[in-house]
Design a protein around this ligand. Structure first.
Ligand SMILES: O=C(O)CCC(=O)C(=O)O
Length: 281
């Protein structure tokens, strides 16, 4: 018996590469997080594309706090152990009719991490087959599969890895209620379809890595959210201050600038200096 997950859930994760429908947030927490999300969307529409993107946990103190939610971290700890780095948080919002879809991919395709990291999909709205819920192909987390690099729709012209020959007939829909989470393995082949409904799909995805893990290339960084880091394999990131401050933006830039290759921004060309679509400070 773990801190949050029962043995069947841990076994299911090891067998299938995911565990789903874990109730973590209460309705008040969900309402508060949606209110914060909507307030930022209303106040700063011109900044959404970059601020709700990579490492939003370095920009917003409330995104950071959600990523440290004790129940969420209990579930993560049951899967990757007690020493945990939070290495990313990204909003994934599909408005009604949004054509954004995510083709079949593995988040670890270009930068492998061993032991593997996990991704937590936090549903701030219901996620349904109609509004483009997460879809996972079970038992694909055993290895990184061959992929091609392609431009990802809705992803700022990044080159994203797409698995060659994934079989969509094997995929399962991870439908969620608002406040539930799903956790999947960094190697799990997953994707999601467009939002064909009249309901918004709101989610934040977080990445968690065991502090003892190593990347096969480059050096990553994260916020130590539980336990200790006696290994020193990863850079340590600061806690954001309240508000979308210049300090937070520059801290995020500084961390991403140290990356050999940004797992979410696609390969850097030889000699290319990484650029950021954030405010020109
Ligand atoms: O939000 C989704 O449905 C999937 C997003 C995803 O797969 C990703 O960001 O890597």
């Amino acid at each position: 018996m773990g801190k949050f997950l029962n043995q069947a859930q841990v076994d299911g994760f090891q067998r299938d590469g995911f565990v789903s429908n874990l109730a973590v947030l209460n309705p008040t927490e969900v309402a508060e997080l949606n209110a914060r999300t909507e307030a930022f969307e209303a106040e700063r529409p011109q900044d959404l594309s970059w601020a709700f993107d990579i490492k939003a946990n370095l920009l917003f103190d409330w995104v950071y706090e959600l990523g440290r939610h004790p129940l969420l971290l209990d579930a993560v700890e049951d899967l990757i152990g007690p020493d945990i780095l939070m290495t990313n948080a990204t909003f994934r919002i599909k408005n009604p009719g949004s054509h954004i879809d995510y083709g079949w991919h593995q988040d670890s395709a270009r930068i492998e991490v061993k032991p593997a990291f996990v991704i937590v999909f936090v549903a701030l709205s219901p996620a349904t087959a109609q509004n483009g819920c997460l879809r996972v192909i079970p038992a694909t987390h055993d290895r990184v599969r061959p992929f091609t690099l392609t431009e990802g729709p809705g992803q700022l012209n990044r080159l994203v890895a797409r698995v060659v020959g994934a079989d969509p007939d094997q995929a399962v829909d991870l439908t969620l209620e608002a406040g539930e989470i799903a956790i999947f393995h960094g190697n799990a082949v997953h994707g999601s379809a467009a939002n064909m409904s009249d309901k918004r799909r709101v989610a934040i995805l977080y990445d968690y890595t065991p502090a003892k893990a190593r990347q096969h290339v480059g050096r990553g960084s994260g916020q130590l959210v539980r336990g200790v880091d006696t290994w020193g394999h990863w850079g340590h990131e600061p806690v954001p201050e309240p508000g979308l401050t210049e300090t937070n933006v520059l801290n995020r830039r500084a961390m991403l600038s140290t990356y050999h290759e940004n797992v979410l921004m696609g390969p850097r060309l030889p000699g290319e200096t990484i650029t950021f679509p954030d405010r020109p400070y």
